[in-house]
Design a protein around this ligand. Sequence first.
Ligand code: CMP
Length: 154
Amino acid sequence: MERTLVLVKPDGVQRGLIGEILSRLERKGLKVVGLRLLQVPREMAERHYAVHAGKHFYAGLVEFITSGPVAALALEGPDAIATVRRVVGQTMPNEAAPGTIRGDLGISGLRNLIHASDAAETAVFELDLWFPTGDLLDYPRAVDAWIVAEEPEG
Ligand code: CMP
């Protein structure tokens, strides 16, 4: 099983889309193992987006992610990082396919509703940044046997 970080950015929170976004990811089969609503301190935003420091859109990113509350979700599932990114869709909502979250709910590049970890190392770093107290839960769901099939042997 793999874990990944999803942020519902300030545009998603302001538009009342936390439930819609979480619902799509839950319906896909992902398990919620962490959940927070927070006003992001600038220093934390800068650490989150450090990989983009120096790019022309960096200042705008930090400005935007600190402009209002953000919902942070830690999600678990098989191949969770890639799976979430497929459900979320391409970065620019005007290029994201219909059926994806950004494709259905967004229209402009700087208002793309969601951040999702893009690789295993990024997910570890970001989960640690957004859930620093380590309060991610480990629990079974009775329904898991109906969502995650065992790989056939041989
Ligand atoms: P996110 O997944 O939060 O991670 C980096 C963000 O940078 C991305 O979402 C976009 O919102 C933003 N981004 C990526 N490329 C560009 C770009 N060319 N211009 C402006 N913003 C961008």
